[in-house]
Design a protein around this ligand. Structure first.
Ligand SMILES: Cc1ncc(COP(=O)(O)O)c(C=O)c1O
Length: 435
């Protein structure tokens, strides 16, 4: 063996660079990670947008410990356990009405596949079997499975993997830097981009279109906030044509922008919400699709002994994941964490926009406790500048995330004012230091 880091093929990682100079976390508590070298690193990204309540939260830890002793696993098919039912009710209460039925998965990617499959099967159940076309959006991220990368629009995630799903089309993305750069909150321009959906529908015929899937705020592509009126218009057009609207809320769910879901926050109710990440505070893999009553009920026909939807995972609604999720929702509620986003928003925006006049910065975008700082790429070396920023920030004890040449920030909602200032102080130094 070359070295003991060799065997692990790391996901979405520059493996060779990493293994020459590894960055290892060995502990986490509250707002901080600790490294194998004994250094503390302030978590500016809630892990991977998932640890919304911070790390090592006692209620969640204890719930997992209790559950693993009491009932470690129950078969997910044809048998239940109380936790999954209780959690479904809690999620249904958090989601906007009439989204009140929950199908459990183990990740955001699986939630997306599940929602797409439910959309197709729903139309078939209603006798509209020709409605099979799926519409995503350029720059969209919907996980890494075949359905998700087919409707997704991040080029590198798609272009090594063959033909993908057929019958997929894409809306244009909503990034309009010449009009919207340095917007605070929702940008003014771009609602008209939703009209492209009308063109796509006209091209293929509404009777062939099953669903539209978008992230209310596109996260992984580098934070694209929906222009005023854009989501509302998507909802109007989809409703007009009996096309399901799916909000992929894997990032925006669970308080990230101050509400349980972006759907609640923007006042736009889709037919399905996909979620994961913050559902268990990142502690145990779990995802969910929250579907409308109408979608669910369309399946509840035929003889009662027959399975209504031929879909599910060995770990759907796993008891330990359910316990972690219930304790996570309690923690969010007891500590009023979703409300903290509104309290911190002013300072958060101020910090982000204090970097706006730096010569290397070409845009700053923000919403809720999310921020993006887009850097001018180095000539002929796309992504290098942002990656240097990531390494430099890490050296200085702050975890940031980069995608392309964009720095993305999404700290746990327990962050305090001094820690917000620390992130931006470090970034100011980083921007000066990097090439
Ligand atoms: C909007 C969205 N959908 C889906 C996913 C995929 O989630 P997972 O990595 O849990 O499969 C992500 C992950 O970042 C995401 O941001």
């Amino acid at each position: 063996m070359k070295n003991d880091l060799e065997a692990f093929w790391m996901p979405f990682t520059a493996n060779r660079q990493f293994k020459k100079n590894p960055r290892m976390f060995v502990g986490a508590n509250g707002m901080h990670y600790s490294t194998s070298e004994g250094k503390k690193v302030l978590d500016g990204t809630a892990g991977l947008w998932c640890c919304n309540a911070g790390h090592a939260r006692p209620k969640i830890t204890e719930a997992v410990q209790r559950q693993v002793v009491e009932l470690d696993y129950a078969p997910a098919f044809q048998i239940g356990h109380p936790g999954a039912f209780e959690l479904s009710n809690r999620l249904a209460a958090l989601a906007p009405d009439p989204l009140n039925h929950v199908f459990f998965t183990n990740s955001g990617s699986e939630s997306v596949e599940t929602a797409l499959k439910i959309a197709l099967a729903y139309h078939q159940a209603k006798g509209n079997g020709r409605k099979t076309r799926l519409i995503g959006r350029e720059r969209g991220y919907h996980g890494v499975n075949f359905g998700g990368i087919s409707v997704g629009g991040i080029v590198n995630n798609r272009n090594s993997f063959g033909h993908l799903l057929s019958g997929v089309d894409h809306l244009p993305h909503t990034h309009l830097p010449s009009q919207n750069a340095f917007s605070k909150g929702q940008p003014e321009h771009g609602a008209h981009l939703a009209e492209h959906l009308t063109d796509i529908i006209a091209l293929h015929g509404a009777e062939t279109v099953a669903a539209v899937i978008v992230e209310p705020i596109a996260g992984s592509t580098g934070v694209l906030v929906p222009p005023y009126g854009y989501l509302e218009r998507l909802r109007e057009i989809t409703a007009q044509h009996d096309i399901l609207l799916i909000f992929d809320e894997v990032i925006t769910g669970f308080g990230r922008i101050g509400s349980a879901f972006a759907a609640n926050h923007f006042g736009v109710t889709p037919d399905m919400i996909t979620c994961a990440k913050g559902l268990t505070n990142g502690v145990i893999p779990m995802g969910a699709v929250i579907a409308s009553r109408e979608i669910h009920d369309a399946f509840m026909n035929g003889p009662e002994h027959l399975i209504e939807l031929f879909h599910g995972y060995t770990y759907s609604g796993n008891p330990i994941a359910s316990a972690a999720a219930l304790a996570t929702l309690d923690t969010y509620q007891e500590e009023g964490l979703f409300d903290r986003v509104g309290d911190l928003y002013g300072l958060w925006q101020e910090g982000l926009h204090s970097l706006a006049d730096h010569s290397k910065v070409i845009d700053v975008r923000s919403y809720g406790l999310i921020g993006a700082i887009e850097l001018e790429p180095l000539a002929g070396q796309a992504t290098k500048r942002a990656f240097s920023a990531f390494l430099s920030a890490f050296e200085r004890g702050v975890l940031i995330r980069t995608t392309g040449d964009i720095i993305a920030l999404s700290p746990p909602l327990i962050i305090n004012e001094a820690q917000i200032e620390e992130i931006f102080d470090v970034l100011r130094t980083v921007l000066k230091e990097i090439e």
